[in-house]
Design a protein around this ligand. Structure first.
Ligand SMILES: [Zn+2]
Length: 346
């Protein structure tokens, strides 16, 4: 739990994931064969030898904001990095990561009292919001806050009842935690390359370049997925449940067509299903309309790579309060260890 908290609370919007890479490096030092980084910021952790190269990814970046403009009084307008829904932004506390000082701030907008009747009925969009740090423009300059400075939402990890936890960036720090734990504990029978990828939330960029250099025989992405077990999603719409085990993603992609996504190689799904059965791990199967993961980039690398995705069910994904089950995460770690310690049957 301590490690999960540490990786979940470390700030790192897409393109600014350095801090998380440092934590992972420190955590895995001495437990693996080699750790290296590429020019893009991806972290590669090598462990084991064997006939197959298995690439397993977890993305280190989180969704967030970036400074777009600072006005004369020091109010900051921002752009969104990744799929940030406007309606979860209002009233959030933030951290503005100035080069010389980390500043606290809050997201402001017009108060309801001064909104006109039609304004009150409308969703306030992010371009009508701004960050207030209390600092003047000159102070912001002194603190190294300028156009392009990353902004993260200020939210820690909190334990809920029945083994559930809520955190700002379980997508995909839960995956990072699982990959760290599995790499630490497994005795692989294949060549495992754990890749902590950057810039997933803005288009699978880290996985695209890293799968080219790793040249894997098999690719597995670890990520989070949509749990629909709450009052606002119908069961047929999102049948995945918290606490019912990690999800094997059979297919995902755009809503209506599954375009731009992954159709998992059936051999990979069968292999993962057999491993889960053998290790007594309960799993769920999923076809997800409306999103995809690093596995999509890996499968399209070079001549094509059989790929799959193991996803941890999460409620309220991309709301900065993502709820996951510790049991699902621990089952996911066991499944990953089993992937590393057993031969690939194809
Ligand atoms: Zn993700």
């Amino acid at each position: 739990m301590e490690l999960l908290r540490k990786v979940s609370e470390a700030p790192g919007i897409s393109g600014f994931e350095y801090g998380i890479a440092e934590i992972i490096k420190k955590e895995l030092e001495g437990h693996t064969d080699k750790i290296e980084e590429d020019a893009f910021g991806n972290l590669y952790v090598h462990k084991g030898k064997g006939p197959k190269t298995i690439m397993i990814t977890a993305h280190t970046d989180e969704i967030g904001l970036i400074v777009k403009h600072i006005d004369e009084k020091g109010f900051i307008r921002f752009a969104k990095v990744g799929g940030v829904p406007d309606h979860v932004l209002l009233g959030q506390r933030v951290q503005v990561h100035g080069k010389n000082k980390k500043l606290s701030g809050t997201i402001g907008c017009k108060a309801i009292h001064v909104m006109k009747e039609d304004e009150r009925k409308q969703l306030v969009t992010y371009d009508k919001m701004f960050v207030d740090t209390g600092a003047t423009k000159d102070q912001l300059t002194k603190y190294g806050v300028r156009v392009g400075t990353p902004i993260t939402i200020e939210r820690g990890v909190t334990e809920l009842e029945n083994g559930l936890i809520v955190g700002r960036a379980m997508d995909d720090r839960a995956g990072c935690y699982m990959l760290i734990e599995a790499l630490k504990n497994a005795n692989p029978v294949n060549r495992i390359v754990g890749v902590f990828t950057v810039q997933e939330e803005v288009g699978l960029r880290g996985a695209t370049v890293s799968s080219f250099s790793v040249r894997p025989d098999v690719g597995i992405a670890i990520d989070t997925t949509i749990a629909g077990d709450h009052p606002e999603i119908g069961e047929s719409e999102a049948p995945i449940k918290l606490g019912s085990g990690p999800t094997l993603v059979v297919a995902d992609g755009r809503r209506d067509s599954l375009g731009g996504g992954l159709i998992a190689n059936p051999l990979v799904i069968q292999w993962l299903t057999d491993l889960a059965e053998k290790s007594n791990i309960k799993c769920q199967f999923e076809v997800l309309e409306g999103g995809t993961t690093d596995a999509t980039a890996i499968q399209l690398s070079r001549e094509g790579v059989p790929s799959g995705c193991i996803a941890i069910p999460a409620r309220y994904v991309h709301s900065f309060s993502e709820v996951v089950s510790k049991n699902d995460i621990e089952s996911g770690v066991r499944l990953l260890v089993s992937i590393m310690e057993n031969p690939v049957p194809f």
